[in-house]
Design a protein around this ligand. Structure first.
Ligand code: PLP
Length: 389
């Protein structure tokens, strides 16, 4: 039985592997690499959060929790969202604790999509949405966003992509890979389109806390939008907790109940020790989180100024921890640029087109790397550009 392909689902076979992973296989084969590639905090989870987990284990918290997650955690999430975005969510009916935002995206799409329904996704965006839609038998429709608009989604472009099959709009801002944010006025224009075409919004706000100019504004807080929005957030980025696998969804009770049904049969519940840690993060994690954000902001400015000095054009990213410079004045496309940069200068970045066709001509650089590595990467990228422009 050498070839098992005939047994595989056609849907899964048609989904391409992640362009990020493909690139990282190359990175792992190269020595002495400075990585601006992986999109994760370079901090270890703050000690008080780790300690809360250890303490919970010592006390014997090793069992399942309610499918929805510990009520204590949902209460903290409700308080947190009220503080952050001014929206009230019922801990009993409107919040579900998930295994990261990744699970929340998957089960939200599966709870909503009928075969053939269309999911509108900004291009470029994080890589999980289109495969998530495909696995739920939906069709993804990419909504181009542009460098000239600082990669905000434009209401007129969104409207031009709508068909009678359009059902869900994904709003992942601050954005991975561009670092773009949406201002309140941008979201108001999008809300008009959402209302007119009766869409449901999946607002992935995992980078909401990592907003460097002003405060993050949530789509769910616009008048009439709370019930149309499934707000997703988690602990991976803001609290440096990627490995804990903990996130959550807030939304209308009917939608949360449907998502809970899928979660119940596939996941059961998020790990109790990670939930205990998340409670501590929400209760006492603000100060450490602010320090990490200040630190990212310093490095954001360092990379941005460095790019200016070596002549790499880049709009100012105002959120997440990515810069998305243009490489259009080199002879290479995104993939060629990243491969050559890796082989010749041992700097790992990610081709912009790994996040959608609109990312072609750009590269994603994650600045959650040490200052000395960022400085060295700038020298190496500068040398590379001097040879190849
Ligand atoms: N959403 C976005 C926009 C991301 O960039 C990522 C991870 O990079 C995720 C979701 C996944 O988050 P989690 O670790 O909570 O599953």
């Amino acid at each position: 039985m050498n070839d098992m392909n005939k047994y595989l689902s056609e849907t899964v076979k048609t989904i391409p592997p992640s362009g990020i992973r493909k690139f990282f296989d190359l990175v792992s084969q190269t020595e002495g690499v400075i990585s601006l590639g992986v999109g994760e905090p370079d901090f270890v989870t703050p000690w008080h959060i780790r300690e809360a987990c250890l303490y919970s284990l010592e006390k014997g918290y090793t069992m399942y929790t309610s499918n929805s997650g510990l009520l204590e955690l949902r209460e903290e999430i409700a308080k947190y969202q009220k503080r952050q975005i001014g929206v009230d969510y019922s801990p009993q009916k409107e919040i579900l604790v998930t295994v990261g935002v990744s699970e929340a995206v998957d089960i939200a799409l599966r709870a909503l999509i009928e075969p053939g329904d269309e999911v509108l996704i900004p291009d470029p965006s994080y890589v999980c949405y289109a495969p998530g839609a495909a696995m739920a038998y939906g069709k993804s429709v990419m909504v181009p966003t542009y460098d000239a608009d600082e990669y905000r989604m434009r209401a007129d472009v969104l409207e031009s992509c709508i068909t009678p099959k359009s059902k869900i709009l994904i709003l992942p801002y601050p954005n991975n890979p561009t670092g773009a944010i949406m201002e309140k006025t941008d979201l108001e224009a999008i809300a008009e389109v959402v209302r007119k075409h009766d869409l449901i919004v999946l607002s992935d706000e995992i980078y909401g806390e990592l907003t460097y100019t002003g405060k993050h504004f949530s789509f769910a807080s616009l008048p009439g939008m709370k019930d149309r929005t499934i707000l997703l957030n988690g602990f991976s980025k803001a609290y440096a907790m990627t490995g804990w696998r903990i996130g959550y969804a807030c939304g209308h009770p009917d939608i949360i109940a449907a998502m809970t049904k899928i979660h119940q049969y596939t996941i059961m519940c998020a790990p109790i020790m990670a939930q205990k840690a998340a409670i501590e993060a929400l209760r006492n994690g603000e100060e450490q989180m602010r320090k990490m954000i200040e630190n990212y902001n310093y490095r954001r400015k360092l990379l941005l100024n460095g790019f200016k000095q070596i002549g790499l054009e880049c709009f100012e990213p105002r959120g997440a921890f990515y810069c998305f410079p243009s490489i259009k004045n080199t002879p290479y496309n995104s993939e060629e640029f990243c491969e050559k940069l890796l082989y010749e200068e041992q700097v790992a970045t990610v081709p912009g087109n790994a996040f959608g066709n609109s990312g072609e001509g750009f590269i994603r650089c994650c600045y959650a790397a040490s200052v000395s590595n960022l400085e060295e990467a700038l020298i190496r990228i500068g040398n590379f550009l001097n040879r190849h422009r």
